[in-house]
Design a binder for this molecule. Structure first.
Ligand code: UT7
Length: 346
């Protein structure tokens, strides 16, 4: 097992110094919807299989010409509005589907938000991107490099999905979510608690886009047909997802000095409804404390957690003062968990 930050015994205790405090949240999904019936008409699948195996009924997808930056800009704009802010010192974008392999997408997003000139860069941690981005943003704040950070997580997953692959095409979808963080104190509502992160690169082939990177390019061999698409070994991934999210969640809760009974809301990466249930059952978080929007939005990669949080705030499922446990898992393999007491947002 890879340990790294995931081992609480390596942690010196609660983080000292400046905390990162959430002061705004926003999300955006593209308007086009794909239903299970739409997928049934072009794939060897059924509404019944998709609903019972994944919990998904509909998902939002980008239309041709729409890229990750377009989703990110809209989510970022909404988060800045929620924070009543127009200026930050850094923009971090978590994504697996950058507009182009080079350069990073974050500088363009920053410029389009009128934030040109600030440091802006991408974080690549697939479905755990939001939590890796949160750790990065918290680090920028703790070190004094930034007072305020806009963290956006956006994925246009359908642009890398093989439309004929029924194992991925029914699950993955598009969307974006964002938070604004400012420097503050660890006792303040909105202060991000301990963040637990881990990875296991021995399992990197379980979730991959084989072609397009330096490995394939330097081999001199043409890419195999289909290798430009996202590929996932679903069953093996499923097992790791349940184990890693459960383990990281317990570590984050312990590092925060909470007990599981203190968790008012579990906001887990919306990978698959059955995975969410298995994690929540193992943690013994009761059904009414589990946030879920996977039925309506599918698996939106890095965007999943902030999209879930923003929609829960909108529909009253998440209120100020509630203790929230965040956890995610995805390609890398990479996983993580964090705690936050939800703030009152404007
Ligand atoms: O986002 C973070 C990383 N991703 C995840 O955490 C996702 C993890 N994995 C999963 O969510 C699930 O493994 C899947 C939803 C991808 C697949 O569900 P499963 O229950 O693990 O199914 P399976 O892969 O074991 O396949 C069971 C059967 C197979 O048929 P046979 O071999 O039993 O005849 C598949 O070919 O279901 C078949 N199948 C489908 N049938 C209808 C696979 N996909 C489909 C489909 N429609 N879309």
């Amino acid at each position: 097992m890879t340990i790294g930050l995931a081992d609480p015994s390596l942690r010196p205790g609660p983080p000292q110094g400046r905390a990162a405090v959430i002061v705004g949240v926003g999300a955006y999904v593209p308007p086009d919807l794909v239903s299970n019936a739409d997928l049934e008409s072009r794939l060897d699948t059924s509404d019944e299989w998709i609903r019972t195996r994944t919990g998904i009924s509909t998902r939002h997808v980008v239309s041709p010409g729409t890229a990750t930056s377009d989703l990110a800009v809209e989510a970022g704009r909404r988060a800045l509005k929620s924070a009543d802010d127009s200026q930050v010192d850094a923009v971090v974008l978590a994504t697996t589907t950058p507009d182009r392999p080079c350069p990073a997408t974050a500088p363009e997003v920053a410029a389009r938000l009128g934030l040109g000139g600030v440091p802006a860069f991408d974080v690549s941690a697939v479905c755990t991107g939001f939590l890796y981005g949160l750790a990065t943003a918290a680090g920028l704040i703790a070190s004094g490099i930034a007072e305020r950070v806009l963290l956006i997580a956006a994925d246009a997953f359908t642009t890398i999905i093989d439309p004929t692959d029924r194992t991925t095409a029914v699950i993955f979808a598009d969307g974006a979510g964002a938070v604004v963080l400012r420097a503050g104190e660890s006792w303040e509502p909105g202060a991000v608690g301990p963040i637990v992160l881990g990875s296991d690169g021995d399992q990197s082939d379980l979730i991959t886009v084989p072609a397009g990177g330096s490995r394939q390019r330097s081999s001199g061999e043409p890419a195999k047909p289909g290798d430009e698409f996202f590929q996932m070994a679903g069953r093996a991934t499923y097992r790791h997802a349940v184990e890693r999210m459960t383990e990281a969640s317990l570590q984050a809760v312990a590092a925060a000095g909470w007990a599981i009974e203190d968790v008012d809301r579990l906001a887990a990466h919306q990978a698959n409804a059955r995975i969410l249930e298995a994690v929540a059952d193992r943690l013994a978080v009761p059904a009414e404390r589990r946030l879920s929007n996977i039925a309506r939005v599918g698996n939106t990669g890095a965007a999943s957690i902030p999209l879930l949080l923003a929609q829960a705030v909108e529909n009253g499922g998440l209120e100020a003062g509630q203790r929230v446990l965040l956890t995610a898992f995805g390609g890398g393999l990479a996983w993580g968990a964090a705690t936050v007491t939800w703030p009152a947002l404007g």
